[in-house]
Design a protein around this ligand. Sequence first.
Ligand code: SF4
Ligand code: SF4
Length: 276
Amino acid sequence: MTNYGLVIDQERCIGCQACAVSCKQENNVPMGQFWNRVLTKGGDKMDTPSGGYPEDGGSGSLDMQYQPTACQHCENAPCVKVCPVNATYTRDDGIVEIDYDKCIGCRYCMAACPYNARVFNWDEPEHMPEEGTGDVAARPQGVVEKCTFCSHRVDEGLDPACVVNCPADARIFGDLDDEGSTVSKYINEYETDQLLEDRGTNPKTHYISGEMSPGRPQTSDKMESELDDVSPWSDGAEDVPAEAGESDSSGSGGSHHSIEGDAAPHVPAVGSGGDD
Ligand code: SF4
Ligand code: SF4
């Protein structure tokens, strides 16, 4: 059976908040609310490392870590257990969702959630622009809402918006019950953590936060050989056009990104201005 989960590679996360912003846009999250937050360790904000200037007595350290946090889609979800009207429920594919027509706004689920993953619409939600954003209907005043793993996208065979929009490739989504899925390979091959494991919630979001995560681009031979079919930057010779002019402009070289010569991997242009 399908059992969706997420790996967040904190070694790759750059704290850019693209996941948080794309989540708001995709899911029409009201002003002042976040379903996905990027926590920082080492400073209060993404650009304020805790080290401080040495002349002010600080260590000068620029070290910071980021921990994107949203609903963990717990297998043993306390929010589901405490909901008195069964408005919060777990889908067959493991995604924890809310039926907003049933929610009575008691907020028991907010008290039960150890991850502070839920928000409550105390007031009539405001959106910018007023007509809202994304493909998900706005939720009314008086209900609790939270991350859905973008279930509307998952149902279409698409990854959640936060995964697609992460420029650092730090988020990996897939079926935890499929041994061949990328998320399963990561969890099986490398050390991952779940938040507040001692609570027994068995979150389906797993974090890589230790040493530089092997298996990602710019990594060791070990990882590339182990997860070659996962790495977007294989060092296989077939990825590199043999000669200038011989490259296949159809891009039919398989699923790996091409690297031209010894140049850096190609990064698609963003918002190109076109012809003058
Ligand atoms: S989009 Fe990716 S890199 Fe940016 S904060 Fe989120 S997880 Fe980190
Ligand atoms: S993180 Fe909180 S809201 Fe999400 S499933 Fe777990 S207990 Fe429920």
